[in-house]
Design a protein around this ligand. Structure first.
Ligand SMILES: Nc1ncnc2c1ncn2[C@@H]1O[C@H](COP(=O)(O)OP(=O)(O)OP(=O)(O)O)[C@@H](O)[C@H]1O
Length: 253
């Protein structure tokens, strides 16, 4: 049986709008399971990023609850939430937000150093392992401005997983990348997932959606559809694409 690591109960998020309320998330009940590569799709403006930020504790819900491993995180104060985000969650965004005057090595290692439980030798070891895995060995001393967007995003992914988070959140991680870099980043995320990393990603990129083992569709503030898939294999890409395409059409995407 699948193990839920994150669950939302009647999750709501509204914004004040023209004297009224704009309801973006409307009583969402959702469980995110260990080991899954969950991808949330939906039309532009449907609330995908809002859902990711609200369920991860980056933003506050208007109503409803979020539980991380049976602990309610919606009631945590900011300092406890920050600790949780730092230790148990990893984040990757469309923009990489690397520190411009630190090398790639330092950008990755600094998140490890912030983890008080990690000895510095272990931080260095993990950073080197991740640099190798991300294919960044030769450019570890370069500054972010001296590498491509895809290389920056690979460094940002390494930074996000150095503390071995229970769940990696990704908000349109390929949104700013060209085709080649998109494929490289998606391959890395797929590889991490095959090694056991649980991922929750929002995207409106069909190529990114193909990597999901569980696809969810958001519309009118609710999850209206779900498609479960086996782990992505390059050899099955064509038939998977046809399956996902048909499902998205049925969602009127
Ligand atoms: N801080 C805010 N204040 C008011 N409205 C907001 C705020 N943040 C988001 N919204 C609105 O909430 C809705 C959902 O936004 P969100 O960014 O979550 O959508 P999305 O599905 O991720 O869109 P896209 O695919 O275009 O990135 C949009 O109508 C947006 O304008």
């Amino acid at each position: 049986m699948k193990e839920a690591i994150l669950s939302a109960k009647s999750l709501c998020k509204s914004y004040a709008h023209n004297g009224g309320q704009n309801h973006i998330l409307n009583h969402i009940d959702l469980e995110i399971y260990k080991g899954d590569f969950t991808v949330i799709m939906g039309a532009s403006g449907s609330g995908k990023s809002t859902l990711l930020y609200t369920i991860s504790g980056m933003d506050r819900a208007t109503a409803g609850k979020v539980f991380f491993k049976d602990n309610e995180i919606t009631k945590l104060k900011e300092d406890k939430l920050a600790k949780l985000r730092q230790g148990d969650f990893g984040f990757v965004f469309q923009q990489m937000h690397l520190v411009g005057n630190l090398s790639l090595f330092e950008n990755i290692a600094v998140t490890g150093y912030l983890n008080k439980n990690l000895p510095s030798q272990e931080v260095i070891k993990r950073t080197n392992t991740l640099l190798e895995k991300m294919g960044l060995n030769d450019m570890s001393k370069r500054m972010p401005s001296q590498v491509s967007g895809g290389e920056q995003q690979r460094a940002a992914i390494a930074r996000a997983v150095i503390n071995k988070p229970c769940l990696l959140f990704a908000d349109e991680p390929t949104g700013a990348l060209n085709r080649k870099n998109t494929t490289e980043v998606l391959n890395l995320l797929t590889e991490l997932n095959k090694e056991g990393q649980s991922i929750l990603m929002v995207t409106h990129d069909m190529r990114a959606a193909l990597r999901a083992t569980r696809l969810l569709y958001l519309e009118d503030g609710r999850i209206i559809g779900e498609l479960n898939l086996p782990t992505f294999q390059l050899s099955d890409e064509k038939s998977r694409e046809a399956q996902v395409d048909a499902w998205l059409s049925s969602m009127e995407w």
